[in-house]
Design a binder for this molecule. Structure first.
Ligand code: ADP
Ligand code: MG
Length: 622
């Protein structure tokens, strides 16, 4: 109750710099980038501006350094430790959001910090000192810093935000971004696609009557994305996306470094020299945008490069991005002539040569009037302003007031239709069974913003019966939510392998007053941190329980292939794990999971090899 009152009061505040009364909290727009993050807002003069707190610059490098006692430091200061304390310095965490180890396995060498590789199917974790961090927690640390800078600069508390993500982000990655916001103490009103935000910053899509096809070419520090969007009646539809998640400005720097190393015939370049070269290469790249020659030296090494050499060096890389554009056009089934606007996003598009190549390719003058570093954050701020109801020129479509989802293992709420979704809307997800031979699945539908279903409102419950008995994890159960324009929810569940299916209809808004909805929302904000902590504990427990289940099954099935010592030690580790699961310490559970996984890995592989070789025996090749 107390937090409810506080929230109510926070709605009127005084801006200490201007003395003006603010009727509503400011909603900030955040570009949570792989390399750099930014925060922006729309001021009283209706202009979107990027926050530059105390002259620290508007770009906050997305880098976190942990000191000995695991205290995090974010931004420019943390960047310094990339060289000196790389094992405790996290960069590019966005690449890990909502990802499993399997997803990033082939890029492991890219990361200098420790990524846990025990269970390749579950979400990645990072170990620093003796603590485990999920990418959600790490992103939350960056978001917290952005929130702090915004509050410091605006001199008022900030509680709500819009956060952008790449258009290709899947459901898990979007949910992870939202959770990171929650953990940072922000209510995330909406997750917006980066290309949509960039268009909004240019005012494209604000006019309900216009129809436009837009290309957003986003060349950042470590990634390249191109998106083709169709904007109609204020709705941004992504027609196609393409790109390379391991191609960016860093690769341009690398080409310059290699050029200097070759040119000066440098041998055995040590890390310190290499880092110095890296900084100079970035400087050279930037300065060649406005001058024809870069000429510097470090120690006694001459570092020179002229513009045409630079352009020749990067041509293959630029061509690669244009090939992605070609594929995106083909996927969207659109020819270059149909494109109305081309928008440049990302620091790397500041190179005039890249701009020219892109313009030539699309046969258009590209939009580069807004700083490509800032354009996404500015668009996020505009979206935030629209959601705050400050823009009368933009029509807001009907939206759902509360999230809708189902209960998953451990009593967790799995949101299927997030709050603020435009209706009518449709969304679905695939689930599976947790127990061997499970033939029924209880589907409980909930409404609300809390992480635990027990804190949300139950709308309906039904059993999907007659799933053929299969091992755990094999059935594929599709659950689809269809929320029609009248706010009626249809929940449809199908087991894809057998075709068993069932549907129910519920009325989510039935019996809830505006005050009750508001209270549910406010409670979710005030309990957000607590909720996430509880959820992480439950997720760790689920992981632990799943592992002890599979480890026991493994031992039982392969008794003859294992030594006595292996069996005894595994059983001991299983017992330890099961004991620790009953306690309330997420990190201890994950450590026990890690130990059991590490221990069983070598002989699990041996058993697997044996199984494969016996399966191959006796098979003839014709
Ligand atoms: P991300 O979206 O991946 O977080 P940014 O959009 O902030 O990244 O882009 C960062 C990249 O932009 C870096 O590789 C940086 O060197 C490059 N960059 C910044 N300014 C310039 C410039 N003037 N010319 C060329 N590249 C630039
Ligand atoms: Mg970016």
């Amino acid at each position: 109750m107390q937090s409810y009152k506080e929230e109510k009061m926070a709605k009127i505040g005084i801006n200490l710099t201007t003395g003006a009364l603010q009727k509503e909290d400011i909603i900030i727009g955040i570009d949570l980038g792989t390399t750099n993050s930014l925060v922006a807002y729309v001021g009283e003069d209706k202009q979107a501006v990027v926050i530059n707190d105390a002259g620290k610059g508007s770009l906050v490098p997305s880098v976190i350094h942990f000191s000995d006692n695991n205290v995090p430091e974010v931004g420019e200061e943390a960047k310094f430790y990339l060289i000196n304390d790389s094992i405790n310095t996290i960069f590019s965490v966005k690449r890990l959001l909502g990802r499993s180890y399997k997803d990033i396995e082939s890029h492991q060498q890219y990361f200098s910090y420790k990524i846990i590789d025990d269970d390749s199917d579950s979400l990645v974790k990072i170990k620093i000192g003796n603590q485990f961090y999920s990418p959600i927690e790490l992103s939350a640390i960056i978001l917290q810093e952005l929130k702090k800078r915004a509050e410091h600069s605006l001199k008022t508390p900030v509680k709500r935000a819009v956060i952008t993500v790449p258009a290709y982000f899947n459901d898990a990655q979007r949910q992870a971004t939202k959770d990171a916001g929650k953990l940072a103490g922000l209510e995330v009103l909406r997750i917006v696609n980066e290309p949509t935000a960039a268009s909004l910053a240019y005012g494209i899509g604000l006019d309900q009557n216009e129809t436009k096809t837009v290309v957003v070419y986003d060349f950042g520090g470590g990634t390249f994305d191109v998106s083709i969007m169709q904007i109609q009646n204020g709705i941004f539809e992504v027609l196609s996306t393409n790109g390379n998640t391991y191609l960016g400005g860093d690769d341009i720097d690398r080409l310059i470094i290699d050029y200097w190393i070759n040119h000066n015939q440098l041998k055995n370049v040590d890390t310190t020299t290499f880092q110095k070269l890296r900084l100079k290469a970035e400087q050279a790249k930037k300065s060649l945008g406005c001058q024809n020659l870069y000429n510097e030296k470090i120690d006694d090494i001459y570092l020179a490069i002229n513009r045409s050499t630079f352009e020749n060096l990067i041509t293959p890389l630029v061509e690669e991005t244009l090939t992605c554009c070609k594929h995106a056009l083909a996927d969207a089934k659109i020819s270059i002539e149909c494109i109305d606007e081309v928008i440049m996003v990302g620091g790397s598009t500041k190179s005039p040569y890249i701009k020219k190549c892109v313009g030539d390719f699309f046969k258009k003058i590209v939009h580069d009037q807004i700083n490509p570093d800032e354009v996404v954050a500015l668009g996020a701020a505009i979206q935030a302003d629209i959601l705050a109801g400050n823009r009368t020129d933009v029509l807001l479509l009907d939206v759902t007031a509360l999230s809708l989802g189902i209960e998953t293992s451990g009593g967790l709420m799995d949101t299927i239709i997030p709050r603020n979704s435009k209706i009518p809307t449709k969304a679905g997800r695939q689930y599976t069974t947790a127990i061997d031979g499970q033939v029924n699945m209880k589907i409980s539908v909930y409404q609300g913003e809390r992480d635990l279903v027990s804190e949300n409102r139950k709308l309906a419950e039904f059993d999907l019966k007659g799933i053929p008995a299969m091992p755990a994890g094999i059935p594929k159960i599709d659950i689809n939510f269809l929320l029609n324009a009248d706010g009626i929810l249809n929940v449809h569940a199908t087991e894809l392998r057998s075709g068993v299916s069932q549907t129910i209809e519920v009325k989510p808004s039935f019996g809830l007053s505006d005050e009750q909805i508001e209270k549910m929302l406010l409670d979710s904000v005030s309990s957000a941190k607590d909720d996430i902590a509880k959820r992480m504990l439950i997720e760790a427990r689920n992981e632990g329980e799943q592992l002890s289940y599979t480890a026991k099954r493994f031992i039982k099935r392969n008794v003859t292939l294992l030594t006595e010592k292996e069996i005894d030690k595994t059983n001991e580790l299983i017992r330890d794990l099961e004991q620790i699961i009953t306690q309330n310490d997420k990190d201890k559970i994950l450590t026990a999971v890690d130990l059991l996984n590490e221990y069983t890995k070598p002989f699990a592989e041996r058993v697997m090899d044996y199984a494969i070789s016996t399966a191959m025996k006796g098979k003839k090749i014709d």
